[in-house]
Each structure stands twice: as C-alpha cells, then as structure tokens.
Write a protein that binds this ligand. Structure first.
Ligand code: CDP
Length: 310
C-alpha cells in the first residue's frame, strides 16, 4: 500500500492530519524485520562506527588530537592534559545491548502508561535531563542508563554552575548510576559549562559517569541523515539517540516521538510530557525526522510507540 511518502510527485511534508490518518491506518501492527535491523547496523557501522566513536575516550582521543566542533565552523580544541584526564579510558558500554528503549520527550507520553514497558528494556536512553518524578512514573518509567545533557540546560537551569552546584547534584540523583552524555565539543560556548558539570559530579562523588559526545561522530550521523533527506539545521537529540541505538542495540523501541499538536484521537497535546515550551521552528526538522522514523517503523527496523502501551 502506498502511503503519503509516494503519493506526491513534488515532495511536500504531510500535514499533521495526514500523519495521524496514516498512523491510525497502520494501527498497532508491527513486524520485526531482522534483515532491516542488520542493514541499518551495517550502514551505521560504515558511516559512523558508533561502537568505537560515540564518545570521546582516552583510546580514540589521545593528547594532541584536534577535535573539530561539529556545530560551528573552524573551531577546534586540541586535547590537552586536562581534557584527556576526564575522558573515560575506552568504550564503557557492555555489548551486546539487547532491547533498547529510546525515550523522546513528546507530550504523547502523557497518560500513555508506557512506564512499565520502558523500564523492562535492557538499556534505556533519555533526552535532555527530563523529569522522572512520581507524577510521570507510570507514563515514562523510572530507570535510565544513558541521558543526554545539553550544555544550554546547564546555563539555563543551573546558572551555568557558577553559583550553587547543589541543586544540579540533587537533580542528577534521579538518573541513578547512568551515563550522562554531553556534547561538550559541539559549540564553543558549551565547553566550559560541560567541564563544570563534570567537576560538579566528580566532586560530589556521584555515581554517574560523564561521557562527552565525540564531535566526529555527531558530524558523521548528521551527514548520514542529510544524505537521506533530513534538512534541519541540526538533528534533534532524539534522532541522534535513535541512530546510536540502531547502531548498538539488537532491538530498538522509541517512545515519545510525536512532534504534532494533536494525538491519535485528534485531541490537543502539549509539546513535552512535562511542559508546552515549543522549540525554535527553524532549528530542528522534527516532523521531517518523524517521517523517517515512521518509515523505519513500517520497515520493521525499529518500533515506534505512539499511542498507549498495553
Ligand atoms: O533538544 P531537543 O529540542 O531536540 O529535544 P526535547 O524537546 O528535549 O525532546 C527530546 C527529543 O524528543 C527531541 O529531540 C525529539 O527527537 C523528540 N520529540 C518529539 O519527537 N516530539 C515532541 N513533541 C517532542 C520531542
């Protein structure tokens, strides 16, 4: 059956309504496709080598290596004694990762009751230090193995960690002993706050492990999607994580990816499960990304949960 991907001779992004109709049309049916999973793992290994590249390690980034910022032109950082000393020795994940859950922050998660299912995954990834309080537990779960933290969050929510670090350290306890994945070398102004976040955790004997995103990896993943028609200025955090998961995990389920203003019953929903602060429209291309993710869902390479969990 041809969906809206093929109907229009001149490509145009489907409207929210068309997407709702398409998703409803397919229903809950989903069939895993091992060939599709293997194909994506091979493509991603070839372009981006996630197992070796996803974070900066002492092994892949020795002293003297030049790191080119992926979010800015002609800015670089040369690894020195200080930066080298805060990189992990080598890839810290235990492969193979079996069932992975990637949790986006979409408002579609509200009242989804997906928490239990998410918590049953072997490896759970979340975006941008989302709230995991009791209020949301039933819908989003409680466990985390890797969570991203954008340096801009450090700036906005924690006064750049130039004042008290207590509220940061306290809030981070919600993520147990997971990995914090920070793009410290994507934009120049993000480096210092990221290093402060590292030291705030280290000085408080936190159980969390800081991983710095490797700008070469972020760059190669962007190129991978650009060549497949995702045109945003920057990929969304969620698409990065799904891509990472496709490269590392045996099976991927994505939750909370639904950048539309209505749910499947066409009831209005908030942008995030915890607030309704909208993104800068021109920065990411979330609906376009959704179309890609939905294609992967239809082909059986990953599973998207966009409604209620059983
Ligand atoms: O940093 P960014 O603005 O990309 O992310 P966020 O708003 O914290 O949400 C995390 C991720 O969830 C996004 O990067 C998107 O991939 C996804 N998301 C979505 O698909 N639909 C929404 N309504 C909100 C977020």
């Amino acid at each position: 059956v041809l969906g809206w991907f093929y109907v229009y001779p001149v490509y145009r992004l489907p409207s929210d309504k068309e997407i709702v109709e398409e998703v409803l049309g397919l229903g809950e049916v989903w069939q895993k496709n091992q060939t599709g999973i293997d194909l994506y793992r091979t493509l991603l290994t070839e372009c981006c080598n996630p197992k070796w590249m996803f974070s900066l390690t002492k092994e892949n980034s020795p002293i003297g290596k030049v790191l080119w910022y992926d979010g800015e032109f002609y800015h670089s950082h040369t690894v020195n004694n200080e930066t080298y000393s805060i990189f992990v020795q080598s890839n810290p994940l235990n492969f193979p990762l079996k069932k992975c859950a990637v949790v986006g922050n979409g408002g579609i998660l509200r009242n989804s009751r997906c928490g239990q299912e998410i918590d049953q995954a072997d490896f759970i990834m979340r975006c941008n230090l989302p709230p995991l309080t009791k209020k949301y537990m039933e819908d989003v779960g409680t466990k985390t193995h890797l969570v991203t933290a954008n340096p801009s969050i450090i700036e906005k929510r924690f006064q750049n960690l130039l004042w008290s670090r207590k509220s940061f350290v306290d809030i981070m306890k919600a993520y147990g002993s997971s990995f914090i994945y920070m793009p410290a070398f994507s934009m120049k102004p993000g480096t210092d706050p990221s290093l402060r976040a590292y030291y705030a955790l280290a000085d408080s004997s936190s159980n969390l492990t800081m991983l710095f995103a490797n700008p070469d990896f972020l760059h190669s993943v962007s190129k991978f999607w650009k060549s497949r028609g995702v045109h945003g200025k920057r990929l969304s955090t969620g698409l990065f994580l799904v891509t990472l998961a496709l490269g590392l995990c045996d099976e991927v389920t994505a939750y909370g990816f639904w950048p539309f203003s209505v749910d499947l019953q066409e009831k209005p929903i908030s942008h995030h499960y915890y607030d309704n602060i909208l993104p800068d429209k021109w920065f990411h291309a979330m609906p376009e990304e959704f179309v890609k993710l939905w294609q992967l869902h239809k082909s059986g390479a990953l599973r998207m949960r966009v409604g209620h969990c059983p």
